[in-house]
Design a binder for this molecule. Structure first.
Ligand code: ARG
Length: 499
């Protein structure tokens, strides 16, 4: 610690008593290694909120005098206005804000830290900030789902090839494909909302881990901070970061959903099955003809950020003894990185799909390549009473020798083989017209109207269910955000009674 900054911070004679703590670990080569102050910018606002709720509660409980609470709360307003960059040196944002308060109020500012520890304080800050990030991410995912549903509504009849093992499999539609991802995003949303409930619990009042002799009101700080409940056991409350794991895991799962979507679009683009809007494409610095799906490749690549975050976090937490260890200072960053990276991915992936063009003719032609309608023909025979395995054999023989980009065999070809295998002309089982319909990709899609299937009628049902689920998620998001907002107002109103 330089003499100058020491003089700066201790300029107020009243603050002399804090010198012991300030100087005890003030210098040395590990000073910056210990410090999380720069990283803590992310929880600067959270820490101020946590401080305010704590001080209001201390005053209400008669633990701190009202006038001193008022001075501390005014100082917190001034610290907020000065911003994170203006904080004095400190091991972390909690210590720095406390020093800044003492600098403004004098030694009675030190009463702010009565009946708490940085351990319950930082846990409260992380939860407070994380819930904001989760709500923003959920909002983004819900918006993305809205965009995907709009594409599905538009492209209900747009037939496209469906693949398994990247081989032509069966015709489907762009709507059915896009809804498959919207469905996964429904679960991703639900996982985040579910994790939110366990994030939004109040660890404050746990102190270091072992509680406090002061008559703290943990429900009151929960209420002032908009936490839905109290993290009961004080040792668990200050030690646990499993809520970070839950969120990061949900984020990594979401990123994995997006990576599949991104990969599909990259493959489609390579075949001319989708035309990306220029806003979502990139060029080559050397090859003038190129239009590359780089945005989607980055969405795919960012899955690594989320997976790495989850791995890093779990590795950080593994085997930490009760109750608090400084390893925890490195836990949050994994979650923040994952959340930030993936929130952007959601927007870009949905934007790319929503603005893309789906060339209907090219897609429909591609949908009959590789005899992708074969299953429909076999289904037709099976519907006429032929055991499915036998029907499968007839069509498999008709398919033998076809290349992946060959068109389907015609009625005559299939009929000849059927006669061989079944011992009777094909017309005894199915009408020529029905076979020809089954060979048509659009008809093939329309036939598959089972629940959840690609037929436009089945897709219409999926769309309406998806719209209902979306509305429910939106409502949940709004009421949660309202609850947080009213806690902010409640806290501010209480603070204003003292300042
Ligand atoms: N900066 C610390 C963290 O993020 C705050 C808690 C410090 N507590 C302690 N016992 N050293 O975890």
């Amino acid at each position: 610690m330089s003499e100058e900054s020491e003089a700066d911070r201790d300029g107020d004679a009243d603050a002399d008593e804090t010198v012991v703590r300030r100087d005890r670990f003030a210098g040395g080569p590990a000073r910056s290694f210990l410090s999380s102050l720069a990283d803590d910018e992310r929880i600067f606002a959270a820490d101020l909120a946590v401080d305010r709720a704590h001080v209001v509660m201390l005053a209400e409980q008669g633990i701190v005098e009202d006038d001193i609470a008022g001075e501390i709360l005014s100082a917190l307003d001034s610290v907020e206005a000065a911003g994170h960059a203006d904080l004095p040196d400190g091991e972390d944002v909690h210590e720095a804000i406390e020093s800044a308060v003492i600098d403004r109020v004098g030694q009675s500012g030190g009463k702010m830290h009565t009946a708490r520890s940085r351990n319950d304080e930082v846990a409260a800050c992380i939860r407070y900030r994380l819930r904001e990030d989760v709500l923003e991410l959920v909002e983004t995912v819900v918006g993305a789902r809205e965009q995907l549903l709009a594409v599905a509504r538009e492209e209900r009849e747009t037939v496209m090839p469906g693949y398994t093992h990247l081989q032509p499999a069966q015709p489907t539609t762009v709507a059915h494909w896009v809804l498959s991802y919207e469905q996964a995003l429904q679960r991703d949303t639900a996982r985040l909302l579910d994790a939110y409930e366990r994030v939004n619990q109040n660890p404050l009042g746990a102190a270091a881990f072992a509680g406090t002799p002061f008559d703290v009101d943990r429900e009151r700080t929960a209420e002032l901070l908009g936490f839905d409940g109290v993290a009961e056991n004080s040792m668990d409350a200050s030690a646990t970061r499993d809520f970070l794991v839950e969120v990061t895991s949900a984020v990594a799962t979401l990123a994995t959903t997006l990576s599949g979507l991104a990969e599909d679009v990259v493959v489609m683009a390579s075949k001319g099955h989708v035309e990306l809007d220029d806003d979502y494409a990139s060029t080559s610095s050397i090859m003038p003809q190129k239009k590359n799906p780089d945005t989607l490749e980055l969405v795919r690549g960012r899955t690594g950020d989320a997976t790495a975050g989850l791995n890093g976090l779990l590795t950080n937490l593994k085997g930490q003894p009760r109750a608090y260890n400084r390893d925890l200072q490195r836990a949050g960053r994994h979650a923040w990185d994952a959340v930030d990276s993936v929130t952007e991915s959601v927007e870009v992936a949905a934007g790319a799909v929503a603005t893309a063009d789906w060339p209907a003719e090219t897609l429909e032609a591609a949908a009959s390549e590789g005899f992708a309608t074969a299953t429909g023909v076999a289904d037709l025979l099976a519907m006429a009473g032929v055991p499915f395995r036998t029907a499968h054999e007839v069509v498999a023989e008709a398919a033998a020798g076809l290349d992946a980009d060959d068109d389907a065999p015609d009625y005559e070809a299939i009929s000849a083989i059927a006669e061989d295998v079944l011992g009777a002309p094909l017309s005894e089982f199915v009408e020529r017209e029905a076979v020809e319909r089954a060979l048509d990709p659009a008809e093939s899609v329309a036939m598959r109207d089972s629940r959840g299937g690609p037929a436009p009628s089945a897709v219409a049902d999926q769309l309406s269910t998806a719209e209902d689920v979306l509305a429910d998620h939106r409502a949940a998001l709004e009421s949660t955000a309202d609850a947080v907002e009213s806690a902010h107002e409640r806290r501010r109103a209480e603070v204003d009674r003292y300042v």
